[in-house]
Design a protein around this ligand. Structure first.
Ligand code: TGC
Ligand code: FAD
Length: 392
């Protein structure tokens, strides 16, 4: 089992491309996941409950806003470190990575990039420590892939903004203290508002009965004549590019996160295939099992290299949205295929909660849809190559 046993799969010695600091960060998050996530995560999934007590601990290990400036109480790390953290968290469960990526890329990033100095000072240190939880409201009941047609709107009432509308499928909305809400002003221009919990007319009901991401809380954001203080408008961005820039950062993190889920499935399958005997030999002896393993390892290795290269481009501020789309799409699809193939190697055991594969597979069915569906990302690449948008 060359290069695939030491807690993670590294067939192409990609570790040699990482710094000592990267390796240390990865090890500390890996150890943290082993202790804090793995023992109970199957139970949380069965009970359709989120381990919310882990949020503050995520802050303690620097997993909330890793790339946000130290000036605001965050770690100020590079994008490879962010990717490695997402990879390790998703090896535990996608729900934990989702919480960290929403807080980091979809809540802290827009406040740092588009917020006033007062907003940054007020919210970022608490978000970094996990003392408050954030959510990101872009998707609406009638507008998912096409957020530009959003109906949520606000009007200027002199001393406040009046917000009306609804957002749906929002990670952590029922437990969020603040939500970054994207809404149109009277001119139809998309702007971002920081909506704080407790405002009259603002509710966040939970969306129950999910068969995927069961250890993550999902809900709505409903605004019925909510008076939002004027100082809560993000002053430094307008248009759909605001939320899309947040998505660039989150999609990048997902491209790494998928590596963690995939590696966990593949490692489980390889180990099982060496131990399980049929026809008096380990099932790993069969050519068809080896074909599955070899193909999965090849795909995972390609995805790891893509994530690493994208991380270097992110660090140099050179990654394009289309490159990020390609990596998100490729790596999540790779992880889902590996989960499906690994599950087959385990036979009936593959559906058991005693192994992580089925849980990863169900989670990945959300990941392939959120942050832009598999097909939308394909069309983004098509647009980049041809210059022709095939969305409409
Ligand atoms: P289009 O006309 O192409 O663009 C409108 C404006 O936005 C700009 N833009 C971007 N800017 C930066 N980065 C990007 N990735 C950008 N994509 C677009 C664009 O340049 C333009 O700017 P300007 O200045 O010219 O106005 O927009 P469109 O309406 O045709 O839509 C394009 C499309 C379909 C690609 C896009 O809207 C899309 O990606 N749709 C998918 C929606 C999506 O990803 N939603 C995610 C919701 S959040 C979520 O799922 C969180 S899951 C959380 C968890 O991890 O738990
Ligand atoms: P639709 O847009 O209705 O798409 C349905 C199908 O049609 C898809 O297969 C799609 O690819 C296809 N399709 C749509 N348009 C085209 C086209 N032009 N060409 C070809 N095919 C097309 N959103 C947030 O804002 N914040 C969150 O925190 C958040 N968290 C989420 C958590 C979970 C667990 C899930 C499942 C979703 C979450 N989302 C969140 C929403 C997510 O981003 C949307 O589900 C996603 O963008 C797709 O939108 P939709 O579900 O409305 O599907």
């Amino acid at each position: 089992m060359k290069n695939i046993e030491n807690g993670f799969i590294d067939y192409f010695n990609i570790d040699e491309l990482l710094t000592e600091e990267h390796l240390l960060i990865r090890k500390s998050v890996r150890d943290w996941v082993n202790i804090n996530v793995l023992p109970d995560i199957d139970k949380y999934n069965h009970e359709h409950e989120s381990p919310v007590h882990l949020i503050k601990k995520l802050g303690d290990i620097g997993a909330l806003g890793p790339f946000i400036s130290e000036k605001y109480g965050a770690p100020g790390m590079d994008y490879i470190s962010y990717g490695l953290i997402m990879q390790e968290l998703e090896r535990g469960d996608t729900a934990i990575r989702s919480t960290a990526s929403v807080q980091s890329s979809l809540v802290m990033y827009p406040i740092q990039a588009f917020g006033s100095e007062t907003q940054k000072q007020k919210f970022l240190p608490k978000l970094a420590k996990g003392e408050i939880v954030g959510a990101f409201g872009l998707t609406e009941p009638n507008h998912g892939s096409d957020p530009g047609s959003m109906e949520t709107k606000f009007v200027d009432k002199g001393d406040h903004y009046l917000l009306n509308g609804a957002k749906m499928w929002i990670t952590n909305s029922p437990i969020a203290d603040i939500a970054i809400v994207w809404a149109k002003n009277e001119e139809g221009v998309v702007k971002g508002l920081i909506v704080e919990k407790g405002l009259e007319g603002f509710t966040a009901p939970e969306t129950k009965n999910k068969w995927s991401l069961r250890a993550s809380i999902t809900g709505e954001l409903v605004f019925d004549n909510v008076k939002v203080p004027k100082e809560n408008l993000l002053p430094n961005v307008k248009g759909l590019k605001g939320p899309m820039m947040c998505l660039n950062s989150a999609r990048y993190g997902i491209a790494w996160g998928a590596l963690g889920a995939a590696a966990d499935c593949l490692q489980t399958a390889v180990k099982y295939s060496m131990e399980r005997k049929q026809f008096n030999v380990p099932i790993a002896s069969f050519q068809l099992t080896q074909k599955k393993i070899a193909e999965m390892l090849t795909e995972l290795t390609s995805a790891q290299l893509m994530a690493w290269r994208l991380g270097k481009l992110m660090n140099d501020n050179k990654a394009t949205p289309s490159q990020i789309s390609m990596a998100k799409r490729n790596n999540v699809f790779m992880a889902l295929k590996i989960a499906r193939e690994s599950r087959q190697i385990l036979g009936a055991m593959g559906i058991s909660g005693d192994y992580p594969i089925m849980r990863h597979m169900m989670n990945l069915e959300s990941v392939i849809t959120y942050e832009g569906t598999h097909d939308i990302h394909l069309l983004i690449t098509g647009f980049d190559v041809t210059g022709i948008p095939a969305f409409k």
